[in-house]
Design a protein around this ligand. Structure first.
Ligand code: UN1
Length: 509
Protein backbone atom coordinates (compact mmCIF):
# COMPACT_ATOMS: atom_id res chain seq x y z
CA UNK A 1 0.00 0.00 0.00
CA UNK A 2 1.15 3.52 -0.58
CA UNK A 3 1.85 5.68 2.45
CA UNK A 4 -1.11 7.85 1.54
CA UNK A 5 -3.41 4.82 1.56
CA UNK A 6 -2.04 3.69 4.90
CA UNK A 7 -2.43 7.10 6.41
CA UNK A 8 -6.03 7.33 5.29
CA UNK A 9 -6.71 3.93 6.75
CA UNK A 10 -5.22 4.92 10.11
CA UNK A 11 -7.22 8.11 10.26
CA UNK A 12 -10.35 6.19 9.44
CA UNK A 13 -9.52 3.68 12.14
CA UNK A 14 -9.17 6.38 14.71
CA UNK A 15 -12.38 8.14 13.77
CA UNK A 16 -14.73 5.33 13.02
CA UNK A 17 -16.90 3.60 15.54
CA UNK A 18 -18.85 0.55 14.47
CA UNK A 19 -22.33 -0.60 15.20
CA UNK A 20 -22.62 0.99 18.58
CA UNK A 21 -21.23 4.35 17.65
CA UNK A 22 -18.03 6.18 18.35
CA UNK A 23 -17.47 4.73 21.81
CA UNK A 24 -16.58 1.39 20.28
CA UNK A 25 -12.85 1.84 20.79
CA UNK A 26 -12.71 2.26 24.53
CA UNK A 27 -10.93 -0.81 25.76
CA UNK A 28 -7.25 -0.72 26.58
CA UNK A 29 -6.46 -4.10 24.98
CA UNK A 30 -5.15 -3.75 21.47
CA UNK A 31 -4.13 -5.90 18.54
CA UNK A 32 -1.16 -4.93 16.45
CA UNK A 33 -1.60 -5.59 12.76
CA UNK A 34 1.69 -5.94 10.96
CA UNK A 35 2.39 -7.00 7.43
CA UNK A 36 4.12 -10.35 6.87
CA UNK A 37 5.39 -8.92 3.60
CA UNK A 38 7.92 -6.64 5.33
CA UNK A 39 7.33 -7.14 9.06
CA UNK A 40 6.25 -3.53 9.47
CA UNK A 41 3.46 -2.61 11.85
CA UNK A 42 0.44 -1.13 10.07
CA UNK A 43 -1.93 -0.12 12.84
CA UNK A 44 -3.00 -0.88 16.36
CA UNK A 45 -6.64 -1.79 16.76
CA UNK A 46 -8.53 -1.69 20.04
CA UNK A 47 -10.39 -4.76 21.21
CA UNK A 48 -14.05 -5.03 22.11
CA UNK A 49 -14.72 -5.30 25.84
CA UNK A 50 -17.51 -7.44 27.27
CA UNK A 51 -19.49 -4.30 28.02
CA UNK A 52 -19.19 -3.22 24.42
CA UNK A 53 -20.09 -6.73 23.28
CA UNK A 54 -23.35 -6.44 25.20
CA UNK A 55 -24.06 -3.14 23.46
CA UNK A 56 -23.35 -4.65 20.05
CA UNK A 57 -25.73 -7.55 20.69
CA UNK A 58 -28.44 -5.20 21.95
CA UNK A 59 -28.05 -3.06 18.81
CA UNK A 60 -28.22 -6.22 16.70
CA UNK A 61 -31.37 -7.35 18.51
CA UNK A 62 -32.98 -4.01 17.79
CA UNK A 63 -31.83 -4.01 14.13
CA UNK A 64 -33.07 -7.54 13.49
CA UNK A 65 -36.68 -6.49 14.11
CA UNK A 66 -36.42 -3.82 11.42
CA UNK A 67 -34.39 -5.82 8.94
CA UNK A 68 -36.52 -8.97 8.98
CA UNK A 69 -39.61 -6.91 8.11
CA UNK A 70 -38.02 -5.61 4.92
CA UNK A 71 -39.02 -7.80 1.94
CA UNK A 72 -36.27 -10.21 0.91
CA UNK A 73 -35.79 -8.74 -2.61
CA UNK A 74 -35.37 -5.31 -1.00
CA UNK A 75 -32.73 -6.79 1.29
CA UNK A 76 -31.19 -8.17 -1.89
CA UNK A 77 -30.99 -4.61 -3.18
CA UNK A 78 -28.67 -3.71 -0.28
CA UNK A 79 -26.44 -6.65 -1.17
CA UNK A 80 -26.52 -5.55 -4.82
CA UNK A 81 -25.16 -2.19 -3.66
CA UNK A 82 -22.49 -4.01 -1.66
CA UNK A 83 -21.44 -5.91 -4.80
CA UNK A 84 -21.26 -2.63 -6.73
CA UNK A 85 -19.13 -0.99 -4.06
CA UNK A 86 -16.83 -4.00 -4.01
CA UNK A 87 -16.37 -3.75 -7.77
CA UNK A 88 -15.30 -0.17 -7.29
CA UNK A 89 -12.99 -1.01 -4.38
CA UNK A 90 -11.59 -4.23 -5.82
CA UNK A 91 -8.02 -2.99 -6.47
CA UNK A 92 -7.73 -1.24 -3.09
CA UNK A 93 -9.28 -4.01 -1.04
CA UNK A 94 -7.30 -6.63 -2.99
CA UNK A 95 -4.16 -4.72 -2.14
CA UNK A 96 -5.04 -4.49 1.54
CA UNK A 97 -5.70 -8.25 1.64
CA UNK A 98 -2.37 -8.86 -0.03
CA UNK A 99 -0.52 -6.46 2.29
CA UNK A 100 -2.06 -7.50 5.60
CA UNK A 101 -2.38 -11.23 4.92
CA UNK A 102 0.52 -11.81 2.52
CA UNK A 103 -1.18 -13.60 -0.39
CA UNK A 104 -0.25 -12.51 -3.92
CA UNK A 105 -2.02 -9.44 -5.29
CA UNK A 106 -3.60 -11.67 -7.96
CA UNK A 107 -5.07 -13.84 -5.22
CA UNK A 108 -6.10 -10.76 -3.25
CA UNK A 109 -8.06 -9.61 -6.29
CA UNK A 110 -9.45 -13.13 -6.68
CA UNK A 111 -10.66 -13.04 -3.11
CA UNK A 112 -12.50 -9.75 -3.66
CA UNK A 113 -13.96 -11.27 -6.83
CA UNK A 114 -15.39 -14.09 -4.68
CA UNK A 115 -17.08 -11.41 -2.58
CA UNK A 116 -18.58 -9.79 -5.67
CA UNK A 117 -19.73 -13.16 -6.99
CA UNK A 118 -21.46 -14.12 -3.74
CA UNK A 119 -23.21 -10.74 -3.67
CA UNK A 120 -24.58 -11.37 -7.19
CA UNK A 121 -25.60 -14.87 -6.16
CA UNK A 122 -27.29 -13.64 -2.96
CA UNK A 123 -29.25 -11.00 -4.88
CA UNK A 124 -30.73 -13.79 -7.00
CA UNK A 125 -31.37 -15.94 -3.93
CA UNK A 126 -33.26 -13.04 -2.32
CA UNK A 127 -36.07 -13.80 -4.80
CA UNK A 128 -35.78 -17.57 -4.41
CA UNK A 129 -36.14 -18.36 -0.71
CA UNK A 130 -38.48 -21.15 -1.74
CA UNK A 131 -40.38 -23.59 0.40
CA UNK A 132 -42.42 -26.56 -0.86
CA UNK A 133 -46.16 -26.96 -1.12
CA UNK A 134 -47.27 -30.28 0.27
CA UNK A 135 -50.49 -32.22 -0.41
CA UNK A 136 -52.37 -32.83 2.81
CA UNK A 137 -53.94 -36.22 3.60
CA UNK A 138 -56.98 -34.36 4.91
CA UNK A 139 -59.65 -32.84 2.66
CA UNK A 140 -59.82 -29.04 2.57
CA UNK A 141 -56.37 -28.69 4.02
CA UNK A 142 -53.33 -27.07 2.56
CA UNK A 143 -49.74 -27.55 3.67
CA UNK A 144 -46.52 -25.80 2.86
CA UNK A 145 -43.19 -25.01 4.39
CA UNK A 146 -41.60 -21.62 4.56
CA UNK A 147 -38.32 -20.17 5.75
CA UNK A 148 -37.92 -17.39 8.29
CA UNK A 149 -34.79 -15.57 9.44
CA UNK A 150 -32.99 -16.92 12.50
CA UNK A 151 -32.13 -13.53 14.01
CA UNK A 152 -28.50 -12.81 14.81
CA UNK A 153 -25.86 -14.81 12.96
CA UNK A 154 -22.38 -14.90 14.55
CA UNK A 155 -19.56 -15.22 12.02
CA UNK A 156 -16.06 -16.31 13.02
CA UNK A 157 -13.47 -16.19 10.24
CA UNK A 158 -9.81 -17.07 9.72
CA UNK A 159 -6.85 -14.99 8.53
CA UNK A 160 -6.35 -16.81 5.23
CA UNK A 161 -9.49 -15.50 3.53
CA UNK A 162 -9.89 -12.35 5.57
CA UNK A 163 -12.70 -10.84 3.49
CA UNK A 164 -14.32 -13.52 1.28
CA UNK A 165 -15.52 -15.83 4.02
CA UNK A 166 -17.25 -12.92 5.76
CA UNK A 167 -18.92 -12.08 2.45
CA UNK A 168 -20.09 -15.66 1.80
CA UNK A 169 -21.76 -15.73 5.19
CA UNK A 170 -22.97 -12.16 5.40
CA UNK A 171 -24.41 -11.82 1.91
CA UNK A 172 -26.54 -14.94 2.38
CA UNK A 173 -27.39 -14.38 6.04
CA UNK A 174 -28.49 -10.81 5.27
CA UNK A 175 -30.72 -11.58 2.28
CA UNK A 176 -32.26 -14.29 4.44
CA UNK A 177 -33.28 -11.52 6.88
CA UNK A 178 -30.68 -12.00 9.60
CA UNK A 179 -28.35 -9.44 11.08
CA UNK A 180 -24.68 -10.36 11.37
CA UNK A 181 -22.04 -10.02 14.07
CA UNK A 182 -18.51 -10.73 12.87
CA UNK A 183 -15.45 -11.81 14.81
CA UNK A 184 -12.58 -11.79 12.30
CA UNK A 185 -9.13 -13.26 12.87
CA UNK A 186 -7.00 -11.06 15.11
CA UNK A 187 -4.26 -11.48 12.48
CA UNK A 188 -6.15 -9.49 9.83
CA UNK A 189 -8.19 -6.84 11.66
CA UNK A 190 -7.74 -4.12 9.04
CA UNK A 191 -9.32 -6.18 6.27
CA UNK A 192 -12.31 -6.63 8.57
CA UNK A 193 -12.51 -2.93 9.37
CA UNK A 194 -12.41 -2.12 5.65
CA UNK A 195 -15.34 -4.49 4.94
CA UNK A 196 -17.27 -3.14 7.90
CA UNK A 197 -16.79 0.43 6.61
CA UNK A 198 -18.01 -0.49 3.14
CA UNK A 199 -21.20 -2.14 4.39
CA UNK A 200 -21.79 0.42 7.15
CA UNK A 201 -21.70 3.24 4.58
CA UNK A 202 -24.26 1.45 2.42
CA UNK A 203 -26.56 0.87 5.40
CA UNK A 204 -26.23 4.50 6.39
CA UNK A 205 -27.00 5.85 2.93
CA UNK A 206 -30.09 3.62 2.85
CA UNK A 207 -31.13 4.90 6.30
CA UNK A 208 -30.93 1.45 7.82
CA UNK A 209 -29.76 0.71 11.37
CA UNK A 210 -26.03 0.12 11.59
CA UNK A 211 -26.63 -2.84 13.93
CA UNK A 212 -27.52 -4.91 10.84
CA UNK A 213 -23.81 -5.61 10.53
CA UNK A 214 -21.39 -5.40 13.45
CA UNK A 215 -17.76 -6.11 14.07
CA UNK A 216 -16.19 -7.51 17.23
CA UNK A 217 -12.46 -7.20 17.52
CA UNK A 218 -10.34 -9.40 19.75
CA UNK A 219 -9.07 -12.87 20.49
CA UNK A 220 -10.68 -16.27 21.00
CA UNK A 221 -12.50 -15.05 24.09
CA UNK A 222 -14.94 -13.18 21.84
CA UNK A 223 -15.65 -16.41 19.99
CA UNK A 224 -16.54 -17.94 23.36
CA UNK A 225 -18.91 -15.07 24.22
CA UNK A 226 -20.68 -15.57 20.91
CA UNK A 227 -20.77 -19.36 21.25
CA UNK A 228 -22.31 -19.19 24.71
CA UNK A 229 -24.85 -16.53 23.78
CA UNK A 230 -28.33 -17.92 23.18
CA UNK A 231 -29.32 -14.61 21.59
CA UNK A 232 -27.14 -15.75 18.67
CA UNK A 233 -28.94 -18.81 17.25
CA UNK A 234 -26.34 -19.65 14.59
CA UNK A 235 -22.57 -19.53 14.76
CA UNK A 236 -20.79 -19.95 11.44
CA UNK A 237 -17.13 -20.68 12.13
CA UNK A 238 -14.31 -21.11 9.65
CA UNK A 239 -10.83 -22.04 10.85
CA UNK A 240 -8.92 -24.85 12.51
CA UNK A 241 -10.50 -28.09 13.67
CA UNK A 242 -9.33 -27.27 17.20
CA UNK A 243 -11.25 -23.98 17.17
CA UNK A 244 -14.29 -25.58 15.52
CA UNK A 245 -14.48 -28.35 18.09
CA UNK A 246 -14.48 -25.78 20.87
CA UNK A 247 -17.21 -23.73 19.18
CA UNK A 248 -19.29 -26.84 18.41
CA UNK A 249 -19.17 -28.07 22.02
CA UNK A 250 -20.04 -24.69 23.49
CA UNK A 251 -22.91 -24.03 21.07
CA UNK A 252 -24.21 -27.61 21.47
CA UNK A 253 -24.49 -27.09 25.20
CA UNK A 254 -27.21 -24.51 24.57
CA UNK A 255 -28.58 -26.50 21.61
CA UNK A 256 -27.76 -23.73 19.17
CA UNK A 257 -26.87 -24.24 15.53
CA UNK A 258 -23.40 -24.25 14.01
CA UNK A 259 -22.05 -24.11 10.49
CA UNK A 260 -18.48 -25.38 10.63
CA UNK A 261 -15.92 -25.16 7.84
CA UNK A 262 -12.69 -26.47 9.34
CA UNK A 263 -9.41 -28.06 8.34
CA UNK A 264 -8.73 -30.04 5.21
CA UNK A 265 -6.12 -32.61 4.21
CA UNK A 266 -6.76 -32.46 0.52
CA UNK A 267 -5.35 -34.89 -2.02
CA UNK A 268 -5.04 -35.18 -5.77
CA UNK A 269 -5.05 -38.72 -7.12
CA UNK A 270 -2.91 -39.06 -10.23
CA UNK A 271 -3.76 -42.17 -12.21
CA UNK A 272 -1.83 -43.67 -15.16
CA UNK A 273 -4.44 -42.01 -17.40
CA UNK A 274 -3.76 -38.49 -16.12
CA UNK A 275 -2.87 -35.57 -18.36
CA UNK A 276 0.48 -34.82 -16.77
CA UNK A 277 0.76 -31.21 -17.89
CA UNK A 278 -2.55 -30.35 -16.24
CA UNK A 279 -1.59 -32.40 -13.21
CA UNK A 280 1.60 -30.44 -12.58
CA UNK A 281 -0.08 -27.03 -12.91
CA UNK A 282 -2.99 -28.10 -10.68
CA UNK A 283 -0.74 -29.62 -8.04
CA UNK A 284 1.74 -26.75 -7.91
CA UNK A 285 -0.91 -24.04 -7.68
CA UNK A 286 -2.80 -26.13 -5.12
CA UNK A 287 0.29 -26.61 -2.97
CA UNK A 288 2.04 -23.24 -3.15
CA UNK A 289 -0.87 -20.86 -3.90
CA UNK A 290 -1.55 -18.66 -0.85
CA UNK A 291 1.69 -20.22 0.47
CA UNK A 292 -0.27 -23.40 1.27
CA UNK A 293 -2.58 -21.51 3.62
CA UNK A 294 -5.93 -22.35 2.04
CA UNK A 295 -8.16 -24.88 3.71
CA UNK A 296 -8.38 -26.34 0.19
CA UNK A 297 -4.60 -26.35 -0.42
CA UNK A 298 -3.24 -29.54 -1.95
CA UNK A 299 -1.40 -31.39 0.81
CA UNK A 300 -1.09 -34.87 -0.69
CA UNK A 301 -0.43 -36.19 -4.17
CA UNK A 302 -1.30 -39.86 -4.49
CA UNK A 303 0.44 -41.09 -7.62
CA UNK A 304 0.30 -44.45 -9.41
CA UNK A 305 3.62 -46.29 -9.29
CA UNK A 306 3.78 -46.59 -13.10
CA UNK A 307 4.09 -42.80 -13.52
CA UNK A 308 5.48 -41.93 -10.11
CA UNK A 309 9.05 -41.13 -11.18
CA UNK A 310 7.90 -39.01 -14.12
CA UNK A 311 5.54 -36.96 -11.90
CA UNK A 312 8.21 -36.61 -9.26
CA UNK A 313 10.83 -35.31 -11.72
CA UNK A 314 8.38 -32.86 -13.35
CA UNK A 315 7.27 -31.54 -9.98
CA UNK A 316 10.81 -31.02 -8.72
CA UNK A 317 11.56 -29.17 -11.98
CA UNK A 318 8.43 -27.04 -11.64
CA UNK A 319 9.31 -26.08 -8.06
CA UNK A 320 12.59 -24.61 -9.35
CA UNK A 321 10.55 -22.02 -11.28
CA UNK A 322 8.66 -20.74 -8.24
CA UNK A 323 9.59 -17.19 -7.37
CA UNK A 324 9.09 -16.15 -3.79
CA UNK A 325 8.88 -12.54 -2.70
CA UNK A 326 6.77 -9.46 -2.02
CA UNK A 327 3.22 -10.54 -2.88
CA UNK A 328 2.38 -7.09 -4.16
CA UNK A 329 5.04 -7.47 -6.83
CA UNK A 330 3.37 -9.50 -9.57
CA UNK A 331 6.57 -11.23 -10.68
CA UNK A 332 6.39 -13.50 -7.59
CA UNK A 333 4.25 -16.62 -7.35
CA UNK A 334 4.34 -17.00 -3.60
CA UNK A 335 4.37 -14.58 -0.69
CA UNK A 336 5.13 -15.11 3.00
CA UNK A 337 3.40 -17.14 5.70
CA UNK A 338 1.13 -15.12 7.95
CA UNK A 339 3.53 -14.76 10.90
CA UNK A 340 6.51 -16.16 12.78
CA UNK A 341 4.31 -18.68 14.61
CA UNK A 342 3.27 -20.12 11.27
CA UNK A 343 6.94 -20.31 10.24
CA UNK A 344 7.69 -22.23 13.44
CA UNK A 345 4.87 -24.70 12.74
CA UNK A 346 6.24 -25.20 9.23
CA UNK A 347 9.73 -25.87 10.65
CA UNK A 348 8.31 -28.27 13.26
CA UNK A 349 6.48 -30.15 10.50
CA UNK A 350 9.73 -30.46 8.51
CA UNK A 351 11.51 -31.97 11.53
CA UNK A 352 8.62 -34.38 12.09
CA UNK A 353 8.64 -35.48 8.44
CA UNK A 354 12.30 -36.43 8.82
CA UNK A 355 11.83 -38.04 12.25
CA UNK A 356 8.90 -40.11 11.02
CA UNK A 357 10.87 -41.45 8.06
CA UNK A 358 9.93 -39.10 5.22
CA UNK A 359 12.34 -38.22 2.44
CA UNK A 360 12.67 -34.56 1.49
CA UNK A 361 12.78 -34.10 -2.29
CA UNK A 362 12.64 -30.31 -2.37
CA UNK A 363 14.38 -28.83 0.63
CA UNK A 364 12.65 -26.11 2.63
CA UNK A 365 13.88 -23.41 4.95
CA UNK A 366 13.32 -19.84 6.02
CA UNK A 367 14.49 -17.32 3.44
CA UNK A 368 16.96 -14.65 4.48
CA UNK A 369 18.33 -11.51 2.91
CA UNK A 370 16.98 -8.64 0.88
CA UNK A 371 13.22 -8.52 0.76
CA UNK A 372 12.84 -11.33 3.32
CA UNK A 373 13.35 -9.20 6.45
CA UNK A 374 9.96 -10.11 7.97
CA UNK A 375 11.24 -13.66 8.58
CA UNK A 376 7.96 -15.05 7.20
CA UNK A 377 9.14 -16.17 3.75
CA UNK A 378 9.78 -19.91 3.40
CA UNK A 379 10.60 -22.28 0.56
CA UNK A 380 7.96 -24.74 -0.57
CA UNK A 381 8.75 -28.36 0.23
CA UNK A 382 8.05 -31.70 -1.41
CA UNK A 383 8.46 -34.84 0.69
CA UNK A 384 7.97 -38.53 -0.02
CA UNK A 385 5.98 -39.99 2.84
CA UNK A 386 3.66 -42.71 4.01
CA UNK A 387 0.03 -41.68 4.45
CA UNK A 388 0.09 -43.15 7.96
CA UNK A 389 2.78 -40.82 9.30
CA UNK A 390 1.19 -38.77 12.11
CA UNK A 391 2.44 -35.55 10.49
CA UNK A 392 0.74 -36.44 7.20
CA UNK A 393 -2.51 -36.99 9.06
CA UNK A 394 -2.38 -33.40 10.29
CA UNK A 395 -3.16 -30.20 8.42
CA UNK A 396 0.00 -28.05 8.40
CA UNK A 397 -0.93 -24.62 7.08
CA UNK A 398 2.21 -24.22 4.95
CA UNK A 399 3.52 -25.07 1.45
CA UNK A 400 4.43 -28.69 2.13
CA UNK A 401 3.38 -31.24 -0.47
CA UNK A 402 3.44 -34.96 0.37
CA UNK A 403 4.07 -37.48 -2.39
CA UNK A 404 2.48 -40.87 -1.80
CA UNK A 405 2.72 -43.88 -4.11
CA UNK A 406 -0.13 -46.27 -4.87
CA UNK A 407 -0.28 -49.39 -6.96
CA UNK A 408 -3.11 -51.38 -8.51
CA UNK A 409 -6.57 -49.97 -9.18
CA UNK A 410 -7.98 -46.52 -8.49
CA UNK A 411 -9.79 -47.93 -5.42
CA UNK A 412 -6.40 -48.27 -3.74
CA UNK A 413 -5.73 -44.57 -4.23
CA UNK A 414 -9.22 -43.64 -3.01
CA UNK A 415 -8.67 -45.70 0.15
CA UNK A 416 -5.48 -43.75 0.86
CA UNK A 417 -7.10 -40.43 0.10
CA UNK A 418 -10.02 -41.14 2.45
CA UNK A 419 -7.75 -42.43 5.18
CA UNK A 420 -7.40 -39.11 7.03
CA UNK A 421 -9.57 -37.45 9.66
CA UNK A 422 -10.48 -34.48 7.44
CA UNK A 423 -12.82 -34.46 4.44
CA UNK A 424 -12.85 -31.13 2.64
CA UNK A 425 -11.56 -31.22 -0.94
CA UNK A 426 -10.27 -33.92 -3.29
CA UNK A 427 -9.42 -34.37 -6.95
CA UNK A 428 -8.63 -37.02 -9.46
CA UNK A 429 -6.53 -36.48 -12.55
CA UNK A 430 -7.64 -38.97 -15.16
CA UNK A 431 -8.97 -39.13 -18.70
CA UNK A 432 -10.57 -42.49 -17.93
CA UNK A 433 -14.33 -42.21 -17.48
CA UNK A 434 -14.52 -45.30 -15.29
CA UNK A 435 -11.88 -44.08 -12.87
CA UNK A 436 -13.54 -40.67 -12.66
CA UNK A 437 -16.98 -42.13 -11.98
CA UNK A 438 -15.72 -44.52 -9.30
CA UNK A 439 -14.04 -41.56 -7.60
CA UNK A 440 -17.32 -39.59 -7.66
CA UNK A 441 -19.51 -42.52 -6.60
CA UNK A 442 -20.66 -43.50 -3.13
CA UNK A 443 -17.58 -45.72 -2.99
CA UNK A 444 -15.32 -42.86 -3.97
CA UNK A 445 -14.10 -39.69 -2.30
CA UNK A 446 -15.59 -39.02 1.13
CA UNK A 447 -15.01 -35.26 0.84
CA UNK A 448 -17.47 -32.39 0.52
CA UNK A 449 -15.72 -31.39 -2.71
CA UNK A 450 -14.65 -33.91 -5.34
CA UNK A 451 -13.17 -32.66 -8.61
CA UNK A 452 -12.10 -34.26 -11.87
CA UNK A 453 -9.18 -32.81 -13.81
CA UNK A 454 -8.88 -29.67 -11.74
CA UNK A 455 -7.01 -29.12 -8.47
CA UNK A 456 -8.34 -29.12 -4.91
CA UNK A 457 -8.41 -25.36 -4.37
CA UNK A 458 -10.16 -22.49 -6.07
CA UNK A 459 -13.79 -23.54 -5.65
CA UNK A 460 -16.39 -21.29 -7.30
CA UNK A 461 -18.97 -19.64 -5.06
CA UNK A 462 -21.91 -21.27 -6.92
CA UNK A 463 -21.36 -24.65 -5.26
CA UNK A 464 -21.94 -25.44 -1.61
CA UNK A 465 -18.57 -25.20 0.11
CA UNK A 466 -17.49 -27.37 3.05
CA UNK A 467 -16.64 -30.91 4.00
CA UNK A 468 -17.16 -33.97 6.12
CA UNK A 469 -15.55 -35.60 9.18
CA UNK A 470 -13.26 -33.22 11.08
CA UNK A 471 -13.92 -30.55 8.45
CA UNK A 472 -17.13 -30.04 10.38
CA UNK A 473 -19.96 -30.94 7.99
CA UNK A 474 -21.12 -27.37 7.26
CA UNK A 475 -21.83 -25.89 3.83
CA UNK A 476 -21.41 -22.23 2.99
CA UNK A 477 -21.73 -20.20 -0.17
CA UNK A 478 -23.69 -21.52 -3.16
CA UNK A 479 -26.34 -24.13 -4.03
CA UNK A 480 -28.93 -24.26 -1.21
CA UNK A 481 -26.49 -23.34 1.60
CA UNK A 482 -28.81 -20.35 2.29
CA UNK A 483 -31.15 -22.72 4.13
CA UNK A 484 -28.69 -22.96 7.02
CA UNK A 485 -29.32 -19.29 7.76
CA UNK A 486 -33.09 -19.76 8.12
CA UNK A 487 -35.54 -21.64 10.28
CA UNK A 488 -38.04 -23.86 8.50
CA UNK A 489 -41.67 -23.74 9.46
CA UNK A 490 -44.31 -26.24 8.36
CA UNK A 491 -47.80 -24.77 7.99
CA UNK A 492 -51.11 -26.61 7.77
CA UNK A 493 -54.26 -24.64 7.00
CA UNK A 494 -57.78 -26.04 7.31
CA UNK A 495 -60.34 -24.22 5.18
CA UNK A 496 -63.32 -26.48 6.01
CA UNK A 497 -65.90 -26.35 8.80
CA UNK A 498 -64.82 -29.65 10.38
CA UNK A 499 -61.70 -30.72 12.22
CA UNK A 500 -60.51 -34.08 10.87
CA UNK A 501 -57.44 -35.42 12.68
CA UNK A 502 -54.39 -36.74 10.89
CA UNK A 503 -53.73 -40.47 10.71
CA UNK A 504 -57.53 -41.01 10.68
CA UNK A 505 -57.83 -40.72 14.46
CA UNK A 506 -61.43 -40.38 15.68
CA UNK A 507 -61.97 -38.06 18.61
CA UNK A 508 -65.51 -36.99 19.42
CA UNK A 509 -66.86 -34.99 22.29
C1 UN1 B 1 -10.54 -21.27 2.73
O1 UN1 B 1 -9.37 -21.57 2.54
O2 UN1 B 1 -10.99 -21.11 3.90
O3 UN1 B 1 -11.71 -22.98 -2.84
C2 UN1 B 1 -11.50 -20.99 1.65
C3 UN1 B 1 -10.91 -22.12 -2.51
C4 UN1 B 1 -11.44 -20.76 -2.15
C5 UN1 B 1 -11.89 -20.69 -0.74
C6 UN1 B 1 -10.97 -21.23 0.27
N1 UN1 B 1 -12.54 -20.47 -3.01
O4 UN1 B 1 -9.72 -22.33 -2.45
Amino acid sequence: MTNKELKTLKIKLENHGTSTGSNWFTNKDTILSSSPTNGKPIARVECTSYKEYEKVIKEAEHAKLIWRDIPAPKRGEIIRQLGEKLREKKPTLGKLVSYEMGKSYQEGLGEVQEMIDICDFAVGISRQLYGNTIHSERPGHRMYDQYHPLGIVGIITAFNFPVAVWAWNSALALVCGNVVVWKPSEKTPLCAIACQHILADILKSNKLPEGISSLLMGNAEIGTWLSKDSRVPLISATGSTRMGRQVAMTVAERLGKTLLELGGNNAIIVTPKADLKMTIIGAVFGAVGTAGQRCTSTRRLIVHDSIYDKVKTSLVEAYKQIKIGDPLDTQYHMGPLIDIDAVQKYLDALSKIKEQGGKILVEGGVLKGDGYESGCYVSPVIAEVDNQFPIVQEETFAPILYLIKYSGEVQQAIAIQNNVRQGLSSSIMTTDLREAEVFLSQNGSDCGIANVNIGTSGAEIGGAFGGEKETGGGRESGSDAWKVYMRRQTNTINYTTSLPLAQGIQFEL
